[in-house]
Design a protein around this ligand. Sequence first.
Ligand code: RM4
Ligand code: MN
Ligand code: MN
Length: 424
Amino acid sequence: MHIDKHQITQHNEQLEVSHRRRFMRLADELPNAEQVIGRLVDFEVAIPSWALGTGGTRFGRFSGGGEPRNLEEKIADIGVLHALNRSSGAISLHIPWDIPEDYAAIRSLAQQNGLVFDAMNSNTFQDQPGQTLSYKFGSMQHVDKAVRKQAVEHNIEVIKHGIELGSKSLTVWLADGSSFPGQLNFRKAFQNTLESLQEVYEALPGDWKMFVEYKAFEPNFYSTTVGDWGQSLLYSNKLGDKAYTLVDLGHHLPNANIEQIVALLLMEGKLGGFHFNDSKYGDDDLTTGSVKPYQLFLIFNELVEGMDNRGMDHTNDLGWMIDASHNLKDPLEDLLQSVEAILIAYAQALLVDRVALVEAQAANDVVRAQELLQQAFRTDVRPLVAEARLRAGGALNPLQLFRELDVRGQLISERGTKTTATGL
Ligand code: RM4
Ligand code: MN
Ligand code: MN
């Protein structure tokens, strides 16, 4: 499945007149439309290899048709997304689900699709066929040194695959924790995990980053060994300059103030990566922006303010990634929606009048401060996002074109109706 330039051009020609009208009206009202467009053109969000198949719940999995059967097909799927929106030019691999057989071939396939390799993910939350020791009672925290060693070696293996592909970061998410009080000694579990992470850190190339992802609960339900941003920050501070905290939006307890967490991690120079998704209750992994778009905007507001405060490059200094996995929608349509929601929230955050906000805060003008944020949030920035995409060579309406071209139908005829992507 490949999308030709002329198919995009043809689609854009049909929508051009009405787009131009809406865009001109909006650009006219905004003081910084061109600057926002420039930022949007540069912005990239990595796509996780495990989001391309239909996700399941613990009760069942309903595979969709045409799911990618191997790494090559996953790269092709993300190539389609990137051709449509020009903002998904990176793939994040999960090992062992995506072990490359031929590095050079995979690198060149990615290049043909305009993709680079984002963070590599290790997996010590499942036992693999033929694995010597089990992770049933944890991996890096395990009471048995031999299990910890196996987990460390797996992570070093993942780094090696990443080096071959040109990745520059490793994300470690651990399912480690306990489900019953008394099961674990919290301090020992922490120390064991720290020691294991230190060994992995030692193997990290000089220009790599390590992201320590936290999660409040699940699969363990009493304690998690990297359970919140405080614990993740402890680990990354102890590990060193190449270690950072990774925030996954779905990994907090209900109603957590994620925007405040983001602000403080940025202040400490310890925010490294970001996993976008949305949720109502727990780690629901729903489409980004589908449930709480205002929260997404408030998070972006802190991201933009905090990155600017430290002189950070918006596109490259943080690892941006979607981490969602769905069981109702076409995964590719879902990802197109997520990327769009991210770009919308980012554009809105770029519209906040920062000078006026600082003044309102200094004057304790609470009403004005709220008005300034909501003025930005209530602006329909979709024409700016579409204009950025147009200038970057993408489709004015990626989702519409995806359906017009019957991409899923073509994938089903290429791959069949009963394919199952490796992953969760
Ligand atoms: C976890 C976490 C990780 C991802 C796995 C598949 O809940 O979000 O980032 O590696 O799911
Ligand atoms: Mn995640
Ligand atoms: Mn998750």
